[in-house]
Design a protein around this ligand. Sequence first.
Ligand code: HEM
Ligand SMILES: *[C@@H]1O[C@H](CO)[C@@H](O)[C@H](O)[C@H]1NC(C)=O
Ligand SMILES: *[C@@H]1O[C@H](CO)[C@@H](O)[C@H](O)[C@H]1NC(C)=O
Length: 221
Amino acid sequence: MAGYDIIDKVKASLENLCPATVSCADIIALVARDAVSQQFGKDLWEVFTGRKDGNTSIAKEALDNLPSPAATFEDLAASFHEKGLNKMDLDILSGAHTIGMAPCSTIATRLMPVTDPTLDQGFAESLKELCNRGQNNVSFGTPRFDNQYYSQLLAHRGVLRSDASLLEDTESLHLVGLLSRGEDTFLKNFGAAMQKMGGIGVLVGSDGGVRTNCIGVQLLS
Ligand code: HEM
Ligand SMILES: *[C@@H]1O[C@H](CO)[C@@H](O)[C@H](O)[C@H]1NC(C)=O
Ligand SMILES: *[C@@H]1O[C@H](CO)[C@@H](O)[C@H](O)[C@H]1NC(C)=O
């Protein structure tokens, strides 16, 4: 993820004003809301605060909790279910892939040695061209946060296999159709789903602490 430099700057100002008070977990939740809301000139959802940071941080634990970009709908629904999120949350939160990018390595198996037949052929060719040209990442969409992700999925132009997977389930396919036709519906439901996701596994009280710096790895010099 590109953007942790911003988290570090926010943390530095907060530590300056109000030491050891605002957790990195809260800062990340607030910055995610602000980054999405910026283009609308108003906050799209309220962020409940008061999270503590974990006292330990193990990189492998993060990966263990992330579904693969090659996941089927069944895999995705199962990993979301494990966190108390349902199939509707899965469809709605995946809409975040309206912005940002993914490394070519995450789609290599969709392009080589055979092209994934569920991909629009013209789109597959343009992805191959970008990655063969030595570009390391492919863009999910435009820099605007909107519901175009869903029309892209329906046009078989979802970038990740996991994006395309949302068309595999009848109910999910139906919801993708609704979201592709209603930007306001998408934005409203996205905010509610972000609040729900932001409430998963929250540490409070002495379950955790407040880190003084959000950088994950601190190297000794
Ligand atoms: C449904 C399962 C999901 C899978 C399999 C998945 C997978 C991925 C992958 C492989 C990348 C590229 C990351 C990299 O290595 O640089 C990515 C990027 C991204 N994902 Fe997801 N993701 C999922 C759900 C979500 C959710 C729920 C959100 C937020 C609500 C989200 C937001 C993003 C954003 C904003 C980026 C772009 C990051 C950037 O450009 O720096 N994703 N995702
Ligand atoms: C693309 O990806 C590479 C490595 O995956 C990264 O170092 C680089 O900064 C990315 N490019 C852009 C424009 O973000
Ligand atoms: C975590 O660290 C805080 C101090 O920052 C401490 O008060 C708390 O007891 C610790 N909790 C656990 C579960 O280790």
